[in-house]
Design a protein around this ligand. Structure first.
Ligand code: ASP
Length: 349
């Protein structure tokens, strides 16, 4: 706000915003941010991280049956949350350094402009649904740790042991191999188990009326310091929706995404008129520019991976990754399939 932007002018702007809400999204967009002129999507479109192929299919079919965009997106991510073989999300997710599974999720509902999230949630298989309950039933946006769990239990969610035998074995192997000077004897590595260190699912959905929603859910970084939270439960980082523009979300190194407000920034780039893939790529450039030197290689490339997925109100969708070779999943109105993501850097040979 410039010095000459007086309190009276500020209140005037704020009341214009309120009028915008009352008069409809088009007016709000014109008054509150650079306007882009877009028509609502002509069909139902869903875009997700690569592990969301079944999720986009499910969400797309539910949108076709008339389900709300957030409800459909959550039904999509629940497939991964409930799948014990997905070791990056929900039940079966890899635990923290103490062997405890801590889950994070956030969501936004475009039409009502509401948001909800949970972080470091233990013992509940479907954090995305708990995040939706925060959105629906509280005046808050984010609940964490034991408070988030008690909130879930009060709504009848069942407390369960989320650590599967496979995830426990992976954790025990990691603990035994952690360092040569600790008191745990070394065990042989199991590449199959040690390969998967992190992952997440993000789903963004737009229906034929142009209503948009997004959800992200994860078990976060494996072997994390207890209480560590990445981008997934942070509104504007792990996912973001603006019903005037579209939605975006991310997977990969959460710390990098948080610093760039990745999902929010991608939506803002779309607001200025960029297509979803270009917007995601532009956010990736911002991430690189905000990366500290210790995380860059000798050629200035990040030593970590990051991905963004985006859809606009017209139903155009796309994705971008830090490195070549990544894919994302999308339901384009008729079928679910993988697409190649745009990228900033070729992979090192
Ligand atoms: N973004 C997640 C986090 O930082 C992890 C991931 O997607 O790999 O918690």
């Amino acid at each position: 706000m410039s010095d000459s932007y007086s309190r009276r002018e500020f209140l005037g702007a704020a009341s214009g915003l309120t009028a915008g809400v009352a008069l409809g999204p088009g007016v709000l967009a014109a008054r509150s941010a650079p306007a882009i002129h877009i028509r609502p999507a002509a069909m139902n479109v869903v875009v997700a991280s690569a592990n969301g192929l079944r999720g986009v299919q499910r969400a797309g079919e539910l949108l076709d049956q008339g389900m709300d965009t957030l409800d459909a997106a959550i039904e999509g991510v629940k497939i991964q949350e409930l799948d014990p073989d997905d070791m990056s999300v929900g039940y079966g997710g890899l635990p923290n350094e103490e062997g405890i599974v801590q889950l994070d999720s956030s969501c936004m509902h475009g039409p009502t402009r509401r948001a909800g999230a949970v972080a470091s949630l233990e013992g509940i298989k479907t954090p995305s649904v708990v995040a939706k309950y925060v959105l629906l039933y509280t005046d808050h946006v984010l609940l964490v740790g034991p408070g988030a769990k008690r909130f879930a239990l009060s709504y009848g969610f069942q407390e369960e042991d989320l650590l599967t035998d496979r995830a426990r074995e992976a954790w025990l192997r990691w603990r035994a191999r952690r360092g040569p000077d600790d008191n745990w004897l070394e065990v042989p590595d199991d590449e199959q188990l040690s390969r998967e260190e992190h992952g997440t699912i993000n789903i963004n959905a737009v229906n034929a009326s142009g209503d948009v929603s997004s959800v992200t859910t994860t078990s976060g970084l494996s072997w994390k310091i207890p209480g560590r939270v990445g981008d997934s439960p942070i509104i504007g980082a792990g996912q973001y929706t603006d019903n005037d523009v579209g939605a975006a979300g991310s997977t990969g190194r959460g710390e990098a995404c948080i610093k760039a407000c990745g999902a929010f920034l991608t939506v803002e780039f779309m607001r200025r008129g960029m297509g979803p893939s270009d917007a995601a790529l532009e956010t990736m450039r911002r991430v690189v520019s905000t990366t500290e030197a210790r995380l860059l290689d000798e050629r200035g490339r990040p030593r970590f991976g990051l991905n963004f997925y985006a859809v606009n109100k017209k139903g155009e969708f796309g994705g971008a990754s830090m490195f070549a070779g990544a894919r994302y999943a999308a339901w384009d109105g008729t079928e679910a399939k993988h697409h190649d993501a745009a990228y900033l850097f070729e992979r090192e040979r």
